[in-house]
Design a protein around this ligand. Structure first.
Ligand SMILES: Cc1cc2nc3c(=O)[nH]c(=O)nc-3n(C[C@H](O)[C@H](O)[C@H](O)COP(=O)(O)OP(=O)(O)OC[C@H]3O[C@@H](n4cnc5c(N)ncnc54)[C@H](O)[C@@H]3O)c2cc1C
Ligand SMILES: NC(=O)c1ccc[n+]([C@@H]2O[C@H](COP(=O)([O-])OP(=O)(O)OC[C@H]3O[C@@H](n4cnc5c(N)ncnc54)[C@H](O)[C@@H]3O)[C@@H](O)[C@H]2O)c1
Length: 473
């Protein structure tokens, strides 16, 4: 207990003065709390679940272990076309064990919490809420409440939870979200996936390759709606070839569970059909954890989907409050949360540093082929009124030599007036790695003339970027 600690008048609650309170320890909040503590601030870091947030325990890391397993199986199945017979029997227990033991330590955050404590932060497991300007209440697991008065300020990093649409009969059934999917110990014989976004696509392909009969139900006209349309269309063809059924323009309108089997009613183009499955994964977007954060006590709207911030991650209109991560609405990816915490940390420590910019945010959906994008799509660039040029390429000589599994393309979007790329998409094996060069080009606004003068190694996948840039028209 600090020297400043004192009993709040008559309430039995403790009130403590500290430098900084971090509410929610997703990737951004955890790193920021550590950085602030290492810089000498007294930091209280609070999470109501696991230190590290969604990414290490239920998101990026365990799902990429699933993807690694399913990609290995796919390569074994491609062997006859490029190397000769090879055999591999899918064994989900290998994936489940890696997730439990290597990724999540059986969903135990002691190592992460200790790392923060070693840096000097006070780590609390509890629910934190704003309690008026300059005050944060933390309700501990034992029901006690402590009120903190942070001298420097408060950082919000509460993240999101799965959105669950109001489907008739769904509540009360043992449906999965990403949280249950990463804890699966068996592969369901049949799986319905609600949602054809990144979560739905990655997990649909994983479970299909491990033997599930998968049906994806999605509102939209193609998979991965916000990406370039060519990307979602190609991925749809790959899914069809792998035996995954995708229902577009479809809504799950009802489901029932008889103790072991889901029977789901899906409306597609005005018709209804029933789909039977052992598991039902809801991957239909995310809900920001802003509704129980006391935002109204500082004049903010608790019903909003995002917290408005400036380019230093300061919450607009509220002194001493910063926000980072999915809830600020500049991309729900770990690298964005981490980027923003750097900006916020510099600001709250009074250090110089560049403001947050979002013109070159990359993202990668780890399907096979990977779907990777940076900056604007062609549609977004046209909507922004830019004089747009587009260039395309297949995967070139490397795609040809690679053979089985080499499906994809490179698409680049340029601002003709400025002579720079404003966006790019790579679909293909290691598409996320190939994107790196394009992310640099968009970020640094490299002149097209400079890009055209590059020597690109033969025969690499990234050499297709040269062809796409040469195709700009
Ligand atoms: C299945 C899946 C796969 C993904 N794969 C990738 C990927 O490959 N690459 C990528 O970049 N991104 C991926 N993401 C997204 C990524 O997980 C998030 O963008 C990332 O976790 C950053 O989120 P965040 O920092 O906003 O907070 P989160 O990680 O959501 O953490 C927020 C934390 O705040 C806590 N909290 C909330 N409210 C309170 C409160 N009132 N008091 C105390 N604590 C509170 C929560 O318990 C949680 O620990 C994936 C997400 C999912 C679901
Ligand atoms: N590799 C990665 O970087 C990665 C992987 C997974 C998740 N994520 C992050 O997590 C976020 C959430 O992922 P997500 O896939 O849940 O959400 P999403 O919002 O990106 O996609 C949800 C999909 O579900 C569909 N949908 C929503 N409600 C529906 C309904 N009632 N019926 C039919 N279809 C419906 C939407 O049309 C959309 O295609 C992503 O946007 C991304 O930022 C990133």
């Amino acid at each position: 207990m600090s020297d400043q600690e004192r009993q709040a008048g008559g309430t039995g609650e403790l009130t403590e003065e500290v430098d900084l309170v971090v509410v929610g320890l997703g990737p951004g909040g955890e790193a920021l709390a550590q950085g602030a503590a290492e810089a000498g601030l007294s930091v209280v870091a609070v999470d109501k679940h696991l230190v590290g947030g969604e990414c290490p325990y239920y998101g990026c890391i365990p799902t990429k272990m699933m993807v690694r397993g399913s990609d290995a199986l796919a390569e074994v199945r491609r062997a006859p076309e490029v190397a000769g017979e090879a055999s591999g029997t899918p064994d989900w227990s290998v994936v489940a064990r890696r997730i439990r033991d290597e990724a999540t330590s059986d969903w135990d955050d002691r190592a992460a919490a200790d790392r923060l404590r070693d840096a000097g932060a006070t780590v609390l497991h509890g629910t934190a809420r704003l309690a008026g300007p300059g005050r944060v209440e933390v309700e501990g697991a034992d029901g006690t409440t402590t009120t903190y008065r942070p001298r420097r300020g408060t950082v919000l990093n509460p993240g999101t939870r799965p959105s669950v649409p109001p489907v008739d009969g769904l509540a009360g059934t043992p449906y999965w979200t990403n949280r249950e999917a990463v804890r699966a110990t068996e592969v369901p014989r049949r799986l319905v996936v609600l949602g054809g976004g990144p979560i739905g696509c990655e997990l649909a392909q994983v479970f299909a390759r491990f033997g599930s009969e998968v049906t994806v139900v999605d509102h939209g006209p193609r998979l991965l709606g916000p990406d370039e349309p060519e990307a979602g269309e190609l991925l749809g063809e790959v899914f069809a070839d792998e035996g995954i059924t995708v229902l577009h323009g479809a809504s799950l309108i009802a489901t029932r569970h008889d103790g072991s089997i889901f029977t789901s009613t899906v409306e597609v183009d005005g018709d209804t059909r029933e789909v039977v499955s052992e598991a039902l994964l809801v991957a239909a977007g995310r809900t920001p954890n802003l509704d129980d954060l006391g935002l109204d006590t500082v004049g903010l709207d608790p019903g909003a989907r995002t917290v408005p911030v400036d380019d230093r991650m300061r919450v607009e209109g509220v002194e001493g409050l910063w926000a980072v991560g999915d809830v600020v609405g500049h991309g729900a990816w770990t690298h964005v949360s981490m980027y923003q915490q750097d900006v916020a940390l510099a600001d709250l420590l009074g250090r110089d540093g560049p403001p947050a910019r979002y013109h070159a945010v990359p993202h990668v959906t780890f399907t096979d082929p990977e779907v990777a994008g940076v900056g604007m799509t062609e549609h977004a660039a046209r909507e922004a009124g830019l004089p747009v040029q587009v260039g395309r390429s297949g995967l070139g000589s490397r795609g040809f030599t690679h053979g089985a599994g080499a499906r994809g393309f490179v698409k680049v979007v340029a601002d003709a007036d400025r002579g720079v790329l404003v966006g790019a998409t790579v679909v293909g094996p290691a598409g996320g790695e190939v994107l790196g060069l394009l992310a640099l080009a968009v970020h640094a606004e490299v002149p097209l003339a400079t890009l055209r003068s590059m020597v690109l190694a033969f025969p690499t996948f990234h050499r297709a970027i040269g062809t796409a840039v040469g195709d700009l028209a």
